[in-house]
Ligand binder design. Structure first.
Ligand code: GDP
Ligand code: CA
Length: 315
């Protein structure tokens, strides 16, 4: 039996990283490339912070905090506390060890490295055998429209705790942004494409807003599958459900499949949503039900294996 060949996964942060870890476990070393959202990136304390890249990276390196899914396990916050005493912003939580990542990234970018190259260096140092690629080296910034006005993404997400109602979303810079050549090459070479269970609006949305990436994914001949981040009409965490509703989409796995329809050959939804399989079929997307809640390495790998098996059946 032949293997799945090169696999490309598209991911945001916490939800995406979980399946990325499962895929890395299930695949031979080096077979996985994860293309990651960078529209959440921000600059604070003079540092370039890439929250989704870091979440994916720390998870693949086995460094991640297992409870919250982001940040480094057992990290302390002494640097941030002192920055606060100096009058710096403390609303965005940064751990002490985590800070080293942002310092190094910022330094290497200032020396002229592209984000793709700098990310590869960080991953190599952390002994990550999968490839982690930003969707673009160009700046793209998610802006969230709310009744309180248009907000920067992290202002909405962290500072305001996703409380404002979302009436619109845009990805500033996405139209002009060129995809990183490494990301485009990875998609062209992929024999399986997996959309991780990330927020479809603000995690996968920005990646798909990069024209060259969207074109390749739309026309790819490799089987393209997604895992639903919505289970039983709700998100496991984060504002995906409220965002879908605010933007007029059905808040269900089916609603997510509808949004992503043109990129999909197969869609994995949770066992508890198995009643949606016939509607998925009417949409022209092959469906499969599986246990999709990932709580530990075993459940991450098991779901990844299900997804790869499903892909094989679609090839
Ligand atoms: P963020 O950038 O950190 O917000 O993370 P993502 O966009 O990658 O993931 C957020 C989404 O992941 C939410 O909509 C969650 O419902 C979903 N999610 C988190 N954990 C799981 C899981 O174990 N299984 C599934 N199917 N979805 C999950
Ligand atoms: Ca994110």
């Amino acid at each position: 039996m032949s293997g799945p060949g090169p696999v490309v996964a598209l991911a945001g942060g916490v939800g995406g990283a979980k399946l990325a870890v499962g895929l890395a476990e299930a695949l031979p070393p080096g077979a996985l490339t994860v293309i990651v959202n960078t529209a959440d990136d921000l600059s604070l304390h003079g540092l370039h912070i890439s929250p989704d890249l870091d979440t994916v990276m720390y998870n693949l390196a086995g460094l991640s905090d297992p409870e919250q899914g982001w940040g480094i396990a057992g990290d302390t916050t002494g640097a941030l506390e002192l920055l606060g005493r100096y009058g710096g912003p403390t609303w965005f939580r940064l751990g002490d060890r985590d800070m080293a990542t942002h310092i190094r990234r910022t330094q290497r970018l200032s020396e002229g490295g592209r984000l793709t190259e700098v990310t590869a260096e960080l991953c190599a140092s952390l002994n990550i055998s999968s490839r982690v690629l930003p969707m673009t080296d160009a700046p793209v910034a998610t802006r969230v429209q709310t009744p309180e006005g248009e907000l920067e993404f992290q202002d909405y997400f962290v500072a305001r705790g996703t409380r404002p109602r979302v009436t619109g979303v845009r990805f500033q810079g996405a139209e002009a942004a060129e995809a990183a050549p490494e990301a485009l090459a990875a998609i062209r070479e992929a024999e399986t494409i997996v959309f991780c269970p990330s927020n479809p609006i603000v995690s996968l949305g920005p990646i798909l807003a990069i024209r060259e990436i969207s074109d390749l994914l739309e026309n790819a001949t490799a089987p393209r599958l997604a895992v639903s981040p919505i289970i039983g009409g709700a998100a496991l965490r984060g504002p995906a459900a409220e965002m879908l509703q605010g933007l007029g989409h059905e808040v269900s796995a089916l609603g997510v499949a509808r949004i992503m329809r043109k990129y999909l050959d197969g869609f994995v939804l949770d066992d508890q949503d198995a009643d949606l399989l016939p509607s998925l079929k009417s949409l022209g997307v092959a469906g499969r039900a599986a246990p999709t809640v990932m709580t530990d390495l075993t459940t991450k790998k098991a779901l990844a294996e299900k997804v790869l098996d499903f892909a094989r059946s679609l090839r």
